[in-house]
Write a protein that binds this ligand. Structure first.
Ligand code: NAP
Length: 287
């Protein structure tokens, strides 16, 4: 039976360190790390994520504001709001909750967030830093996975790592971080042939597909580490990952649950990025 990698427990420890860093910065410079989250529209899942982010900031001693805009907000109005937050000295991190309504160009919005306040690390400049391995702000979900592996003492160097999914948000940066940690990385997607043959080679298997029950036990090597990034609803409407948890945990050495795994770490890394951005702001002498 697999060891459960407990995202909540790891998060609590990491958040305690983040709170200490935030407190130290406040004492030394008078600056409280501040995060602005912009939500356009009233998607219920996005509302929950945004609320959780605000709560996590408050619990860690960070300042946060939530900007809620109606679904019919124009792209120009959203860009104007971002420009306003860029000028706000109390705000060190800006995040626009995705997805955006279809009339707003996502890339135009992501490009408008200055790299130093881009706590999601989706700006092309930050994407480039991730590619080079010269990290500034790290994309939260892949960074959360790496933190879990580190804290659980799961070495990556020399390991066969298979990532299912190639999105800009999860799959691609996940592959990059594993590669920089000296894993031998394979990225799979919907056109991959003989997927199970590839995934069965994995010492570390990361699934970021978005389909409940997608990773079945026959796709997993005995003794593998299985990281489930998926956030789906099963037939009963309950939150679940991509991995068929019961049978896979019989074979895996370690596994992340959903909920209580990667999701909570994503928010933790967002807090970390906000503190990091505020520390850089102070270092640049902008207080
Ligand atoms: P996405 O943009 O929809 O990407 C899904 C990826 O899965 C694509 O690359 C797609 O391949 C691949 N895929 C789909 N069907 C496949 C199949 N049959 N075989 C192999 N690959 C297949 O999704 P995302 O934004 O990366 O998110 C993935 C999941 O992670 C979702 O459930 C999302 O909710 C969750 N998520 C969780 C967190 C967290 O904090 N835990 C954060 C972000 C996302 P193609 O590229 O070929 O289409």
């Amino acid at each position: 039976m697999a060891r459960i990698i407990d995202g909540k427990k790891i998060s609590a420890a990491v958040r305690a360190e983040i709170a200490e860093r935030a407190e130290k910065l406040k004492e030394e410079s008078g600056v409280t790390p501040g995060l602005a989250v912009i939500l356009v529209g009233d998607d219920p899942a996005s509302k929950v994520y945004v609320r959780n982010k605000g709560r996590a900031c408050a619990e860690t001693g960070l300042y946060s504001v939530t900007v809620e805009l109606p679904a019919e907000t124009t792209e120009e109005a959203l860009l104007a709001k971002i420009r306003e937050l860029c000028e706000d000295e109390k705000i060190h991190g800006i995040l626009v909750q995705l997805p955006l309504p279809p009339h707003i160009r996502e890339q135009a919005v992501l490009d408008a967030i200055p790299p130093e306040k881009d706590v999601d690390a989706f700006h092309p400049e930050n994407v480039g830093h991730v590619m080079i391995g010269d990290y500034r702000l790290l994309p939260c979900t892949p960074a959360g996975v790496m933190k879990m592996l580190e804290i659980e003492n799961i070495p990556v160097a020399g390991k066969e790592c298979v990532v299912i999914g190639r999105s800009n948000i999860v799959g691609k940066p996940m592959a990059m971080l594993l590669l920089h940690a000296n894993g031998t990385v394979t990225v799979c997607h919907s056109r991959t042939k003989n997927l199970a043959e590839v995934t069965r080679r994995a010492d570390i298997l990361v699934s970021a597909v978005g389909k409940a029950g997608f990773v079945t036990a026959d796709m997993v090597k005995e003794g593998a580490v299985v990281i489930d990034v998926g956030m789906n609803r099963n037939a009963e409407g309950k939150l679940c990952g991509d991995v068929d948890f019961g049978p896979v945990s019989e074979k895996a050495e370690a596994i992340t649950p959903v909920p209580g795994g990667v999701g909570v770490m994503t928010i933790t890394m967002l807090l970390e990025n906000t503190v990091r951005a505020a520390e850089a702001f102070v270092r640049a002498g902008r207080t």
